[in-house]
Design a protein around this ligand. Sequence first.
Ligand code: PLP
Length: 409
Amino acid sequence: MALIDLYNTDIKNKNKEKRELEFNLNLKKIKPSGIRKLFDLAQGQKDLISFGIGEPDFITPAHIREAAKKALDQGYTRYTPNLGFPEFRQALANKLKIKNSISVTPEEVVVTSGGTEALFFSFYTLINPGDEVIIPDPGFVVYESQVNFTGGKPVHFPLRGENNFHPEVNELKSYIIPKTRAILINSPSNPTGAVFTEEELLAIANIAREKDLFVISDELYEDIIYNGRKHISIASLPGMKERTISIFGFSKSYAMTGWRLGYLVAPVNLVKEIAKLLQNTSVCANSITQKAGLAAIEGPQDCVQEMLLAYSERRNVLVQGLNEIKGLSCYAPEGTFYAFVNIKNTGMTAEELSIYLLERCKVVTVPGTAFGTQGEGYIRLSFATSLEDIKEGIRRIKRGIENIVAVSE
Ligand SMILES: Cc1ncc(COP(=O)(O)O)c(C=O)c1O
């Protein structure tokens, strides 16, 4: 290469580096997801059993799909009002009143393109740069990234294995400083499967009232809950509606991940701000999807129960199978379709074990550390997959783990 070409290439690279340095600093804080790493390693491999993906393996129920086809034929192909079709917001308000004991008007309901967008709108509306938001650790990966987007500071509140990942509410208090703006709670919880009790929610509500904080309550898994436990919405507790943004979705309850539909409930003054975000970003949730969502909410709920029954059977098979493997122990999740498995006796870190299971056993799992430092010593297995795959997966994990445990003895 001629000297002049070398010089030009050097200048080009320097300019590129300079341009990249000028990209949004909040975005630069976002680390690549620990889940992605495993999925990248799994790419192109054949004969894998996957416990990785956090989405139902069911197709959306037929009556919901039919409603979407009908909406398309009827020409619902235009923008909808920013906050959603009025009849849909009304139906959601009715559902919230009956099922969640949150007494709201449609004006307090915002339809969004998924729970993820609802979370983003919540953080963006509440947080000023430098404000702190308490998020669970381990917790859904999006919370930390989204708080960072706003210039706020995510503060990890540890949920510990010895408490089956239930919150130590007295400890929570020690994380609150004058800059704390909100506490995020997620029950039923991804990745741990914990369902917070009424006492725990009452205690968190007391703290929020006492310290004048907002609560963002992620209730995506409200329908996936086992053994007669009850899902309680924190906004239904005394004095909480005015300081809570509750987030719900269709992805998990109705197997509608690809449709992108969710909703949030918030005080009207917050809804007014969120409307500005909608007007200037996604404008509105997809019109056909909203019509499908209306059919989901107003139609028969047997489909939700049928899926729950299937998850329940898979949960029992998976938990029993895992507990029979020397070196592993698994507390039966109280909700969600995730098992958070204690792997401490294998002598490996979570990431080492996930990589080992993928490379040697062709089983995809997610290291607990993808969800925060408290996830060390755990791997997450999603059982939103067939019973046959679960049984084969257990066989493979058993063989793989027995090899390690035998070597370390
Ligand atoms: C805890 C939790 N909250 C929110 C979401 C977002 O779901 P969606 O954007 O599909 O509604 C997920 C998805 O996995 C989740 O696990």
